[in-house]
Design a protein around this ligand. Structure first.
Ligand code: NAP
Length: 331
């Protein structure tokens, strides 16, 4: 008997047809293809568990959109996020990991007993003996007038993706964390001026990035300031700024607004299935176990604190090792 009172028999062969004749059975399913998912795929494939990765529609996750990664060990010259994703995928595939690309999970049933059931938007239903959730997080929105309307027409959440469209233009960056400064520095390659608007008078970003950004001749910083509205005609042409200390508002002309104010975990599909904290992060223990025995989670969907490629890789390793040990115990 399992801890939820349901008996559980492990299947011996992967990819066999499920009970309803339509679902595909897998020993291990990894949901998400960012660094945590890629690493979980590497470790579970090396453990001969023949994992299936349901990759989502943004293959590689947020890191795939990162122009340059300088703090992932082993690459002293740095490398692009896409290059790192390609290497991670190749390494996992070398040991037999399989990737279901252009496919996202729409629904899960972790609470009716095992095997677990997973529905995907390719029309396929899967069952799995163990699941590793690595679905990551999504950039947060400002939720001000004009933001939605001008997304893709001057409003962006990704400098690497859209910087090229702002050659010789002026852009505003919102936020005071690592992402805002890193992306702001990247945008100086294209934009003439990058004006960072931060709601406080102190940056949250790490010291190295701060030093580089504060000393960059194309960058400027406006403190204690938020954006109340994004304006334009066809495309963005101004923002309404408000000083949070004085309450004073003013219109500020700009060609683009890049928003980097943090992320929210992509955990909505697990509502009612997995325990989550007040911010929506999936709750795990030190062994990366969720509240459901046999379901593990790793990376930014459960990590509100570190959110680094290196920490996600470590958490993916831990989740895979825990899943492997747990599966062995069931046999
Ligand atoms: P973050 O560290 O949470 O910073 C978000 C920033 O946006 C903060 O400065 C915050 O202001 C501001 N903010 C939040 N909500 C806002 C709102 N509604 N209006 C205006 N400003 C708002 O997020 P992040 O920069 O995306 O970084 C997330 C994590 O990834 C961090 O742990 C970071 O270290 C890591 N990261 C690391 C690197 C790197 O090492 N190279 C690169 C990117 C990200 P307050 O400061 O006032 O809270």
């Amino acid at each position: 008997m399992s801890d939820n009172g349901l008996s559980f028999t492990l299947s011996t062969s992967p990819s066999q047809t499920g009970n309803n004749g339509e679902s595909k059975h897998e020993k291990v399913i990894i949901i998400g293809s960012g660094p945590a998912g890629m690493t979980a795929a590497l470790y579970t494939s090396r453990a001969k568990l023949n994992p299936l990765v349901i990759a989502g529609h943004e293959f590689g996750g947020q890191v795939a959109l990162t122009y340059e990664i300088e703090n992932y060990p082993g690459f002293p010259e740095g490398l692009s996020g896409q290059a790192l994703v390609d290497l991670m995928q190749a390494q996992a595939e070398r040991f037999g990991a399989r990737f279901e690309t252009f496919t996202a999970v729409t629904k899960v049933d972790f609470t009716s007993g095992r095997p677990f059931t997973i529905w995907a938007d390719n029309g396929q239903t899967y069952t799995a003996d163990a699941v590793i959730v690595t679905v990551g997080a999504t950039p947060r929105h400002l939720n001000v007038p004009g933001e939605k309307e001008f997304t893709g027409r001057g409003v962006s959440y990704c400098g690497t993706c859209d910087g090229f469209f702002f050659r010789d233009k002026n852009v505003v960056v919102v936020g005071g964390g690592d992402s805002a400064l890193e992306e702001g520095l990247f945008l100086t390659r294209f934009a003439t001026r990058v004006d960072v608007m931060h709601r406080r008078n102190e940056l949250r970003a790490g010291a190295t990035l701060q030093q580089r950004a504060l000393n960059h001749e194309q960058m400027s910083f406006t403190w204690d300031t938020v954006i109340d509205e994004i304006k334009g005609d066809d495309v963005v042409n101004a923002v309404t700024l408000r000083n949070v200390k004085t309450g004073e508002t003013r219109e500020y002309p700009t060609d683009g607004v890049f928003i980097f104010i943090g992320h929210d975990p992509n955990s909505d599909i697990f509502e009612g299935q997995l325990d989550r904290d007040e911010f929506g992060y999936v709750i795990t223990d030190k062994l990366m176990r969720t509240n459901i025995e046999g379901v593990f989670a790793a990376g930014e969907v459960q990590d509100r604190i570190y959110r680094q490629v290196a920490t996600s890789v470590g958490q993916g390793t831990a989740a895979a090792m825990s899943a492997e040990r747990w599966l062995a115990e069931q046999e």
